[in-house]
Write a protein that binds this ligand. Structure first.
Ligand SMILES: *Cc1c(COP(=O)(O)O)cnc(C)c1O
Length: 395
């Protein structure tokens, strides 16, 4: 086995890319370089700051066009958008939802918010997403179909949906996973919160082929402060989702008529104004991030036991976070390296702790999770802010 590179070799490689940018360098940070001020000011000047307004409509149509989907519905954050998408797809109390063990905790929390039970499955190394081969084997082992439902034979609960994640903007093997979902009669929802602008088979992630969810939190590739969205080609589903997330209020000039328990999940105009300005710059942000990832790949090319994780075959990552992947799992090496990087003012991060190791998810159903546990000791996310990539673009 190759020795993992030392901290000083890693610091030198990162420094070769980021140059003399002032330390500390954040993992990610927003960049406001366009019409943000003008659009937000116009909300304040006109008084349209809350959950209806011209920027909400415009952000929804601009986002749908950017993704190539028929519809986009914008909401207060990505977690709420995941919750709403789960409800839309018919996930109910007591159902199980298959999600990867290696993801941000919000993926699992949204399942719990829908009253359902996260069921953790293992991931693959090339995309860091759900491993279709392992998933198929797991379902064959633990699931059975009965009167049109797929049941977990160990818990007796229905397995209703599969929610894969495009981790760090690397598209997962969606075609394979959709085939498995069809075979087992599962709903498919994409957690694309990290993947705006990534492509899969030449088409953007979230192009409406499945229900997909985005986040515009401050650390994501574009931001609305807090925000999220669902994209879909399903017009009827879009209308139901809009109703559900607007307090289930029926249209009427003055009366308050509500026909179910609804949610106050719609994005305010103030945030959408920021989103419109950010989305105008998204092509340039994406170019900068791809240039940054390419520069890191060159800088790390000669280093032992390490590589920059490239876009999986047939995809183009948005490189939301550039991933440095070690060949061998070594927690002591990881801890020492992160320590040294922080001391050098380079705010790198490990990947999330696999969710089945968190106290609230320890007892949850799961497949063998050896790859998720190994990857958790092998990943370092490098400083990936758009600003770091801009100087690398042609003038
Ligand atoms: C950011 C993120 C979310 C949640 O989005 P918020 O807008 O922060 O609520 C969910 N899942 C993953 C994988 C994320 O990275």
């Amino acid at each position: 086995m190759t020795r993992n590179a030392t901290s000083s070799e890693i610091i030198a490689a990162i420094s070769a890319v980021v140059g003399d940018a002032p330390r500390p360098i954040a993992l990610h940070e927003p960049l406001f370089a366009g019409n943000e001020n003008a659009y937000v000011k116009s909300c304040i000047d006109t008084g349209w700051v809350s959950s209806v307004g011209a920027f909400v409509n415009r952000f929804e149509s601009d986002l749908a066009a950017f993704c190539g989907a028929r519809r986009a519905l914008v909401m207060v954050n990505g977690t709420c958008a995941l919750h709403a998408a789960l409800m839309l797809s018919g996930v109910q109390a007591g159902d199980e939802v298959l999600i990867p063990a290696l993801t941000f905790v919000a993926t699992a929390n949204a399942v719990v918010h829908a009253g359902a039970v996260p069921h953790f499955v293992d991931v693959e190394e090339s995309s860091l997403g759900v491993d279709p081969v392992a998933l198929r084997a797991h379902l064959q082992r633990i699931a059975r179909q009965q009167s049109g439902q797929t049941l977990n034979r160990l818990t007796g609960r229905p397995i209703r949906a599969l929610m894969p994640v495009h981790v760090f903007g690397h598209p997962c093997q969606l075609g394979e996973l959709a085939a498995i979902a069809r075979e087992w009669g599962l709903q498919l929802i994409e957690d694309a919160t990290e993947a705006l602008g990534a492509t899969l088979d030449g088409r953007p992630v979230g192009d409406g082929r499945h229900t997909a969810v985005f986040s515009f939190n401050g650390n994501k590739i574009i931001t609305t402060g807090g925000g999220g969205a669902v994209t879909t080609n399903d017009e009827e589903g879009y209308q139901r989702l809009k109703h559900l997330t607007t307090a289930a209020k029926q249209p009427h000039a003055w009366a308050f008529l509500h026909d179910q328990v609804g949610y106050n999940y719609r994005m305010p105009n103030l945030n959408a104004a920021l989103g419109c300005a950010q989305l105008e710059q998204a092509p340039r942000f994406l170019a900068a991030k791809r240039a940054l990832a390419a520069a890191y790949a060159r800088a790390f090319a000669g280093l032992g036991g390490l590589r920059i994780l490239p876009s999986p075959p047939g995809t183009e990552s948005n490189y939301w976070l550039v991933t440095l992947l070690a060949e061998s799992a070594d927690q002591a090496w990881l801890d020492a390296t992160l320590h040294a990087l922080h001391d050098a003012g380079l705010h790198c991060r490990p990947v999330w702790q696999p969710l089945h190791l968190l106290p609230m998810y320890r007892q949850h159903p799961r497949s063998p999770l050896t790859r998720a546990e190994s990857l958790a000791q092998r990943i370092i996310s490098l400083p990936s802010g758009v600003r770091l990539g801009l100087p690398l673009l042609p003038a």
